[in-house]
Design a protein around this ligand. Structure first.
Ligand code: ZN
Length: 157
């Protein structure tokens, strides 16, 4: 499993190895139809509004956001969520997408998709990395985050 942002959805689809799956509260209008969306992995409306506030200390606000979102995630079954994402991916590797650009710099710039990634890491020990779309390019080289064994099998689509 990986994470990325909506604006790379077409690159991810074209690459062929991955199944984009939305985990945002809304989906951009230009996204091709038929992409599954798991809104249960998005923050609730009150928490989403809280993330937009700018008053007070950014570090405190970020910590509070993470705690609140983790409590929301803990309402879900990790195993059922993991299985449902893989079922929806139909044999490809799920890539969880939301709107935020990947220049994360908490506490000022952060995104719930990385908290979802940490949630899976904590509960399953599965490392979920952010896809670097530049590495999905047409140069035919394997992405550098691939394990050595996978790299040997890699071929560009
Ligand atoms: Zn986000």
């Amino acid at each position: 499993m990986k994470t990325s942002c909506w604006r790379h959805v077409e690159t991810i689809i074209r690459h062929g190895r991955y199944a984009p799956i939305g985990i945002s509260r809304s989906v951009p209008k230009w996204v091709p139809s038929g992409i599954p969306v798991f809104r249960q992995l998005a923050p609730s409306a009150p928490l989403f509004r809280y993330a937009k506030t700018t008053d007070g200390d950014a570090a405190l606000r970020y910590r509070s956001y993470v705690e609140r979102f983790e409590r929301e995630l803990d309402e879900l079954s990790v195993r059922q969520s993991w299985d449902a994402l893989h079922t929806a991916a139909e044999g490809r590797e799920p890539v969880l997408l939301c709107w935020c650009s990947p220049d994360f710099d908490p506490p000022r710039r952060f995104c719930h998709r990385r908290i979802v990634a940490d949630w899976f890491l904590g509960a399953r020990g599965e490392e979920i990395e952010e896809i670097d779309p530049a590495l999905l390019g047409a140069d035919g080289r394997p992405p550098r985050w691939l394990a050595k064994g996978q790299r040997d099998l890699f071929r560009a689509d």
